[in-house]
Design a protein around this ligand. Structure first.
Ligand code: ASP
Length: 439
């Protein structure tokens, strides 16, 4: 049996364990196909209400979970030598995964040439809708490149908290946690306080997961009913290139990373985190999936010390799926408008995609905003940019769902590798096949 078949079977076993969520996903696709938004606006409204309700309820636990996880994660690590060792490893693994992602994406886009002859596919109606969005996004990226980096530093951490800005929050909480460990015994009560918050939010996450099946059903149905299946014919070459690159990342790069850097069996890991994969697909948000990603990994044997440090940071910084899509999308547009793709330009696109993806928030559609950073350098006219965006928009939600699965899976792969390296992976639990809520 081929390796990718075995991987599929492992994931399906994970789906079988969570058959209700999987069923929600499948029914969601079917309902989306048979009740297109254009014809059944009322059905769409109800489904959208349920789906948004589910997203809101999981987002409710994200902030307390991220803050408490980082604080206990860092204070569990203890001394700063250990912290830099773990942090360094994490950045190296995330870096390798993302560099491989953009390399694969560039090669595929060059071989398949999805942009050749694509210009006649642009829909003039969508161009009108896109105009304002693109102009704002490009203008913002052009004028505010320095500001984007400055915004990472929260002037007022409470504002950042109120606005749910994950990267500044993580920066502040990380510094604060390091300071707590330096402060010694006196910080113990505060750390215990956050340990209680963490335990309670994990419990709430368990409860929320009982709503996962209807939530994923409604989210998938609304997505499919709004994009319809026609889009696949429209830009089939582009979709093929993206699916191929994401597939290679998922079926070959992650397993290879696990094999080279650890002894974690990929099939067991994929089966263990399959709930998180399904929720990532349904919500198209790494941040919203984070509570479940942490639950799956912890309950399947990855230590709290590793999970609570590596996963929250991964959910905001490690976006290899997004980097793949941005690289292919930009090369696609360059091909469409006949821009000569020199090796230097491709390297520049790949490099900018790494930066743009890691500044993307873990929310739906974030990657399509930061892509403006990559597009800036390739020399398209403003009209071409609008037209190009219009084309990318057609498929955005579907592509977002797929890339978010990669973004979340790669976080768990890196967490598993680090836990293995640190001797903090319980292999018995990893092989356990019962639903995480009851584990
Ligand atoms: N939706 C993606 C995520 O949450 C980010 C993006 O590429 O838009 O991981």
């Amino acid at each position: 049996m081929g390796f990718h078949m075995q991987v599929m079977i492992a994931i399906l076993l994970g789906f079988k364990r969570n058959w209700h969520i999987f069923a929600g996903l499948v029914f969601g696709v079917l309902v989306g196909i048979f009740f297109p938004k254009t014809m059944y606006a009322e059905v769409y409204k109800i489904l959208d209400f349920i789906g948004q309700g589910f997203i809101n309820i999981i987002q409710m636990v994200v902030l307390p979970l991220v803050i408490s996880a980082i604080i206990i994660g860092i204070s569990n690590i203890g001394d700063s030598r250990q912290l830099s060792k773990l942090g360094g490893k994490m950045l190296i693994y995330y870096g390798i995964i993302t560099c491989l992602a953009v390399s694969i994406a560039s090669v595929i886009a060059i071989i398949l040439q999805p942009g050749i002859n694509a210009q006649n596919l642009v829909n003039p109606d969508i161009i009108k809708d896109t105009q304002g969005f693109v102009q704002d996004a490009i203008k913002f990226q052009q004028e505010n490149l320095a500001q984007i980096f400055l915004d990472i530093i929260p002037k007022n951490p409470f504002n950042a908290l109120a606005e749910g800005k994950m990267i500044p929050i993580i920066l502040f909480v990380t510094l604060f946690s390091i300071a707590l460990t330096k402060a010694g015994e006196i910080s113990r009560p505060l750390v215990s306080f956050f340990e209680s918050i963490f335990a309670a939010t994990m419990k709430v996450t368990d409860w929320i997961m009982y709503l996962a099946a209807p939530g994923i059903f409604a989210l998938t149905a609304t997505s499919v009913s709004s994009f319809g299946l026609g889009v696949f014919n429209d830009i089939a070459q582009y979709v093929t290139a993206i699916m191929l690159a994401l597939g290679i990342q998922f079926f070959f790069v992650y397993p290879m990373m696990l094999k080279i850097f650890s002894k974690v069996p990929v099939l067991k890991l994929y089966s263990a985190v399959s709930e998180a994969m399904m929720v990532a697909f349904g919500t198209a948000s790494s941040s919203a999936t984070l509570p479940l990603t942490i639950t799956c990994c912890e309950k399947r044997g990855i230590s709290n010390r590793v999970c609570s440090f590596v996963l929250p940071l991964g959910a905001t910084l490690n976006m290899d799926g997004t980097a793949i899509v941005q690289t292919i999308a930009v090369i696609f547009l360059a091909q469409m408008y006949g821009i000569t793709l020199t090796p230097l330009l491709i390297a520049e696109i790949a490099f900018l995609a790494i930066i743009a993806s890691s500044t993307s928030a873990g929310i739906p559609g974030a990657g399509l905003i930061t892509i403006a950073l990559v597009l800036n350098g390739i020399g398209l006219t403003p009209e071409q940019l609008v037209e190009g965006f219009a084309l990318l928009f057609t498929l955005e939600r579907f592509v977002d769902m797929l890339r978010t699965v990669c973004n979340v899976t790669s976080d768990t792969v890196v967490a598993a590798i680090i836990a293995d390296n640190e001797g903090e992976l319980n292999y018995e639990l990893l092989g356990d096949n019962s639903p995480v809520q009851k584990a």
